[in-house]
Design a protein around this ligand. Sequence first.
Ligand code: NDP
Length: 346
Amino acid sequence: MKAVVFEEHGGAKALQYKDVAEPKVGPNDVLIKVRAASCNYNDIWARRGLPGMKVIMPHISGSDAAGEVVEVGSEVSDFNPQDEVMVYPGLSCRTCEFCANGRDTFCRQYKIWGFQTGPLDGAHAEFVRLPAFNVIPKPKGLGWEEAASLPLVLLTAWRMLVGRARIQAGDFVLVWGAAGGLGTIAVQICRTVGAQAIAVASSDEKLEFCRKLGAEHLINRKTQDIAEEVRKITNRRGVDIVFEHVGNATWPQSVASLKWGGTLVTCGATSGFEAVTDLRFLWNKQMNFLGSHMGNKTDLLEAMRWVESGQVKPVVSQVFPLRETGQAQTLMESGEVMGKFVLVPD
Ligand code: NDP
């Protein structure tokens, strides 16, 4: 089969579109013919290499896929060939105390499929093999590309806001990177629960895109002061929740924008891992700093109900042939993405 593979860390040129062996199903696995996969920033982290994380080479990235079942293992009874499916990209041991009570992300073996796994096992290929546990039916109303754009960002944004920060109607939520993959879902979750999203982005074009998704307030981070705008919007109170994934570059402004007793929830650090906190703000304003990582299968299934009812929509901005994964990643690195980029095998 054709796949996008890298054998050493580097820039987009490290990606090779080449022939590799098709995956073989084990007794509990499902083999899927990929009709669409999506791009995530994690693909770029894996390709560049991350301190403290060993990427197994040769590596096929990709943590989201939608496609047709072509084969099932001898122990699989929930799926049949030709079923239309999508994936839950969290892999864990399924036996430890955390997996047993549905807290998969606390499992010491928890891994993001296509990011921390390998070799040759991610979604940027013509076929993928996954345990049946990691396969869910694709809603009939969703196209392949729409379905493939969802799992990782939907799951992560859902857990950050609903599971961790306990978002409520009336909350003000500062959403960094609001036009990006996570951000576009976060804005829609806010709108659905009756919270007010304050979208932050780097251009007016991106902000207009966020407004159409339901953001009530818009801040251009290139031309406006974030904390000052937040004070105006919230009548000096500060936001209830900050939706963080940028890290070093935005952390001080995130802390300055929080209300007394507010909650900052983070899952990433696109701009750098070292964030400086003036601890006086943490204790005096009695803030809550929460980490969040992916989510469990139930989170994804619950979030998918909101997709099926039309409250949260997939946001696919561009579709690339699989062989052009490098171009898609280069555009992502330059910050030009609105919503999700999707890859389609030739
Ligand atoms: P995208 O590339 O789709 O969006 C990232 C957004 O961040 C951009 O739209 C950009 O918005 C904004 N941004 C980038 N640099 C800066 C900066 N210096 N200051 C302010 N804003 C900035 O990425 P994703 O939404 O898919 O992922 C975001 C991060 O979350 C990544 O680091 C990813 O690895 C992490 N992540 C973590 C997960 C987990 O479970 N732990 C799961 C999913 C993602 P603009 O320039 O318009 O302001």
